[in-house]
Design a protein around this ligand. Sequence first.
Ligand SMILES: O=P(O)(O)OC[C@H]1O[C@](O)(COP(=O)(O)O)[C@@H](O)[C@@H]1O
Ligand SMILES: [Mg+2]
Ligand SMILES: [Mg+2]
Length: 323
Amino acid sequence: MSRSTLPEFLAQHHVTADLQTVILGLAEVSVTISQALAKGALAGILGAAGAENVQGEDQKKLDVIANDLIKDALAKLPAVRGVASEEETDVLPCHTDGRYLVTFDPLDGSSNIDINSMVGTIFSVLPHTGSAPVCEQDFLQPGRNQAAAGYVLYGPSVMLVLSTGNGVTMFTLDQDSNTYLLTDAEVSIPADAKEFSINMSNQRHWTAGMQSYISDLIAGKDGPRSKDFNMRWVAAMVADVHRILCRGGLFTYPWDSRKPEQAGKLRLMYEANPMGFLVEQAGGEVWTPEGKILDIQPEHIHQRVPVILGAANEVKTCVDYHK
Ligand SMILES: O=P(O)(O)OC[C@H]1O[C@](O)(COP(=O)(O)O)[C@@H](O)[C@@H]1O
Ligand SMILES: [Mg+2]
Ligand SMILES: [Mg+2]
């Protein structure tokens, strides 16, 4: 059976030439990152980098390597006006005529690196509407403005999952030819969920609404929901959301009282918006307890947000517990 390659798919779906170069640039650099990850300890690239990022988190060597690779690859593309990364303090200007801004989480799920478990690269492409030179303000657009969003999951196989606003498509890396081939063109999240995903160890720190929602899920058939739910937690949003795109369910990373001043753990512009775009494009819902994430007007590039996403009916139920 002959499968479309990523460039063929983009051309067939009338993606603008400029946007194609951005997506193909990200795809190409992801192959290099996947090769570095595959070498692991043999290349001496596991472990801590010995520095903190702007978020106050310890950087892994591979966070820094992936960040530099993506930054350098995007800076070469004339279509890219500027980039913003979870690992960079400020936005970085690129080409003065570029039509697109790219935000990215170079390696999501970094705590999985040292245990040879799943990690990924998450990206979001926004139109550039400001004036030169590029500044942080240009990036502060609601997620609904995204021209494209996606991720690369470095798992047993390497997968690129993409939306340009017309559904969600999955590609798998053919390791012989180093090309991404289309493997699922009809990604869709069932409206009802049988699985939920949350870091249960934080239970005592959640709001009363989240406490009672999760305890009703755990009560299963014997509780008010009259239904058993399974639970999964990969500790990499990219892998947890991938499971939801493949077989449904609900994922949440709520606000918690350990850092009350922080809205949530996940980053709006590098994690919640791009993943949210994919989930909505697959028929799911993406909310905070207050409203839809893709409608949030960002105030700064490193903003954090509580996230409830996945199966449409289940997300609404979870939000209702917060009222
Ligand atoms: O430590 P926890 O609570 O399991 O957090 C896991 C969450 O943190 C993250 O790893 C944050 O991403 P980074 O690895 O890019 O910092 C999410 O992917 C994941 O959902
Ligand atoms: Mg992340
Ligand atoms: Mg990261």
